[in-house]
Design a protein around this ligand. Structure first.
Ligand code: HAM
Length: 423
């Protein structure tokens, strides 16, 4: 047999990394609770047709797609939004609005593997469905900020834009949707010259002026954008909508760093606000989202406005490492229990269970090692305490408790053991 390795682009997440990811996921779930999002679980495998609709060529061309045994063309989900839109278009058609849902899990994209870019990665995905009000858009930014504060990240900031600005101009200039998609993709990659080649002089001059806009703050930038949009009413309304959303966020501690009128996030379903979040030390998007008011209708549902965000759990983990922040389990005491002789295993297991039931982390000596060797191991794996279950102490209902950091050992009654460890 050959020596097997994980498939290129796929990772084995070992204990520490899984612990960090779970810490972030737990915080996403806490955030969901405090914003009233209920968690749903959808399949990892979906119809390829569903996943291809209104996504982007970049995602379409990078899906893990195969025929199942029933000859259906299916793919591993590259994101959650299509699955949730599918749910809302049928199963949840009649649910009272708004619908707020969280999904957590792995998603798959055949990206070129590099730091922060994997073929299997984890997202926490929040969708708020049924409202077209700026309060709904603002909620997704506030929720993202709250979540990142909860995991302990510092100095994160938002880059914000609005699809209605560019689309408003391009629609008014009569540019067909397919060409619009191409232009938006090129502009998002800052390939302006190539994008401008696809349009006439009139629209070109507006887009050129939008590209050049910079501002002191986000509201100043919005005013400058509006000044360039005379005669383009829909695009102007989009800029006003962005202003209304950001006014609702401005009083929070969410840092709104920049507005980019030609930013488009590369996903075709966005119709309104779009945003991404980053930290200064790591030039990559840690999460991103936006409004998509036409996707649910496209899937055969009622016309339903929606807005959402997905956070890249793996990238957040890297961001925490860069900032020197670790999953906080410092307060959980770790105890190693050693039966001094084999015939005391049952009593030692009994004591271990008692400690576990009172919330203490217990590792039991299962290798049958002698006390000396077992102690060496307990030190090596950074246990806080060792409980030695020996014949002579048991006669008085006691065990020996060794504090590994202080190098102290006491004899203690079993009924007082948990309390002492927790101190
Ligand atoms: P997205 O921007 O494609 O949006 O992905 C969201 C986040 O997933 C990114 O900001 C990034 O942190 C992470 N991510 C993307 N690709 C990779 C990768 N190859 N390796 C590691 N992490 C990655 C969406 O997925 C939309 N569904 C968000 C949304 C929800 N919009 C509305 N509702």
């Amino acid at each position: 047999m050959p020596e097997f390795k994980s498939v290129r682009g796929m990772r084995d997440l070992l204990v520490e990394e899984t612990k960090q990811l779970n810490f972030i996921i737990e915080k996403a779930r806490e955030t969901a609770k405090s914003y009233a999002y209920g968690e749903v679980t959808t399949p990892i495998v979906e119809s390829n047709e569903l996943l291809c609709a209104k996504t982007s060529d970049e995602i379409r061309n990078r899906m893990f797609t195969f025929k199942d045994l029933g000859d259906r063309t299916v793919s591993l989900r590259p994101e959650f939004t299509a699955s949730i839109a599918r749910l809302v278009s049928n199963v949840l058609k009649k649910s009272p609005r708004p619908i707020r849902v969280l999904s957590v899990g792995s998603v798959y994209r055949y990206d070129e593997p590099q730091r922060g870019r994997y073929r299997e990665f984890w997202q926490s995905n929040f969708e708020l469905i049924g409202s077209n009000k700026p309060e709904a858009d603002a909620e997704l930014i506030l929720l993202t900020n709250n979540f990142l504060n909860k995991i302990g990240l510092k100095n994160h900031f938002f880059k914000v834009g609005h699809m209605g600005i560019l689309k408003g101009v391009l629609n008014q200039e009569g540019i067909i949707e397919k060409t619009q998609t191409k232009i938006l993709q090129l502009m998002d990659k800052k390939e302006y010259a190539k994008a401008f080649d696809l349009i006439d002089d009139n629209s070109r001059s507006v887009l050129e002026s939008l590209v050049k806009i910079t501002g002191k703050n986000v509201f100043d930038t919005i005013e400058k954008i509006k000044n360039q949009l005379d005669g383009y009413e829909k695009a102007k309304n989009a800029a006003d909508n962005l202003k209304n959303i950001l006014e609702l966020v401005a009083e929070s501690d969410s840092q709104l760093k920049s507005i980019d009128p030609v930013f488009s996030r590369g996903l075709e379903y966005y119709t309104g606000l779009i945003f991404e979040v980053q930290i200064p030390e790591f030039d990559i998007s840690l999460g991103g989202g936006g409004r998509y008011d036409q996707l649910i209708e496209l899937f055969g549902g009622l016309s339903t406005p929606a807005v959402g965000v997905a956070h890249g759990i793996d990238r957040l983990n890297i961001a925490l490492q860069i900032q020197g922040i670790h999953a906080d389990d410092q307060n959980i005491k770790k105890v190693f229990v050693i039966p001094v002789t084999t015939d005391l295993r049952i009593r030692a297991l009994e004591i271990s269970e008692k400690l576990r039931n009172s919330g203490i982390f217990v590792e039991f000596e299962v290798m049958g090692r002698k006390v000396g060797k077992a102690l060496q191991y307990a030190n090596k794996i950074n246990m806080d305490y060792v409980v030695l279950v020996g014949e002579s102490e048991l006669k008085t209902g006691s065990v020996a408790l060794r504090d590994l950091a202080k190098h102290e050992q006491i004899t203690i009654k079993i009924e007082n053991l948990a309390k002492k460890i927790r101190e």
